[in-house]
Design a protein around this ligand. Structure first.
Ligand SMILES: NC(=O)C1=CN([C@@H]2O[C@H](COP(=O)(O)OP(=O)(O)OC[C@H]3O[C@@H](n4cnc5c(N)ncnc54)[C@H](OP(=O)(O)O)[C@@H]3O)[C@@H](O)[C@H]2O)C=CC1
Ligand SMILES: CC(C)(CO)C(=O)C(=O)O
Length: 310
């Protein structure tokens, strides 16, 4: 969208940035007002390696949106991002799961980290084509609540998203939102990946429902131990997500089918790491962790990692 907002896209590969420069990005989207739309956008684009070799090639931004998988969040990436930040720059992280902020905080002060939890759906078809697969809600909030922070940037950001047609709320309890989603992902994602079924099928299998409940209860116990507030109707919300996305393959199942690394270490593994610190055991999560890891290891991935995440 034009107007006062200037957006720059940083790609992983030079090949992708060259294609986006030459062809633009194709966005497939559907809305009740305009029906199916096939939109071509031409963002300013640069590859990560160009940014590393000349870190001053872009003007320092107000916001950086981090939209990579958890598996791509490394200390090296954190350093690259830190080199792009000026004192007012904030980093907004869109990842499912937990753990990435610990890596990012090695190079970026925690009071500059913001989290986004979104139920928007996006699917990359290829390097210059992405589909908006479903509209949802997005919550944004700071990792730490620092009363001295000037929050005007956050309000401007919310307006920018709203002007672009997204439903965005600001939250002072973003950790609760993160954990609500984390618990849902920790139930749906590994089970759909192990059973190789779409989300809705979990509701048709009584034995799977028993497993879902066991995973959920263990997650609840951990959140209570860590004094993290969760939605009171989280179980009902979880069942609704399975219903609403009945025909969809979870992101973990998609990763397994494409033989990519999954976000297991940040979802189930994230819970297990927190549980260990809190002196709790989560036996059902531990078992599904070992099962998903065993699937990855069948293709030679994550071979160095034992079945025990810790
Ligand atoms: N898709 C969705 O509907 C939702 C996703 N999320 C979360 O958002 C995160 C991203 O998911 P999603 O968009 O689906 O993932 P995708 O894998 O589709 O997209 C991530 C993109 O990040 C690129 N990338 C990786 N490393 C770098 C880097 N160092 N510099 C620049 N680009 C890089 C990848 O490029 P390449 O492939 O070339 O490495 C890829 O194009 C995940 O944590 C997911 O759980 C949350 C809610 C909904
Ligand atoms: C909510 C759910 C399970 C929807 O598929 C998801 O976030 C994912 O697939 O990662």
């Amino acid at each position: 969208r034009s107007g006062a907002v200037h957006i720059e896209l940083v790609t992983h590969s030079r090949e992708q940035s060259e294609r986006v420069s030459a062809e633009g990005l194709r966005l497939l989207t559907k809305s009740s007002e305009s029906g199916q739309q096939d939109i071509r956008v031409r963002p300013f684009v640069i590859a990560e390696e160009e940014l590393i070799s000349s870190p001053d090639s872009l003007p320092a931004p107000d916001w950086i949106f981090l939209m990579v998988k958890q598996t791509a969040v490394t200390e090296r990436l954190a350093r690259t991002i830190a080199d792009q930040m000026k004192p007012e720059t904030r980093l907004l992280c869109f990842q499912n799961g937990i753990g990435h902020t610990d890596i990012l905080a090695q190079c970026i002060p925690e009071n500059r980290l913001w989290l986004a939890v979104t139920t928007e759906g996006a699917l990359r078809h290829h390097s210059v084509c992405v589909e908006h697969t479903g509209s949802g809600e997005t919550w944004i909030g700071p990792l730490i609540n620092d009363a001295s922070q000037d929050r005007h940037l956050e309000k401007n950001l919310q307006k920018m998203f709203q002007d672009a047609g997204f439903s965005v709320s600001l939250s002072n309890k973003i950790t609760s939102k993160v954990w609500n989603k984390l618990l849902m992902n920790s139930v749906i994602n590994p089970l759909t990946a192990i059973l190789q079924v779409p989300n809705g099928m979990l509701l048709q299998l009584p034995a799977a429902q028993g497993l879902m409940r066991a995973l959920y209860e263990e997650g609840l116990e951990l959140a209570a131990r860590l004094e993290i507030e969760l939605a009171e109707d989280l179980w009902e919300q979880l069942l609704k997500v399975c219903e609403r996305t009945a025909a969809n393959q979870s992101s973990m199942l998609q990763d397994i089918r494409a033989r990519r690394l999954t976000e297991l270490d940040s979802i189930t593994g994230g819970l297990l790491a927190q549980a260990k610190q809190a002196g709790l055991t989560l036996p059902t999560h531990h078992t599904v962790y070992q099962l998903v890891r065993s699937i990855e290891q069948q293709w030679g991935k994550n071979i160095g990692k034992a079945g025990d995440p810790l």
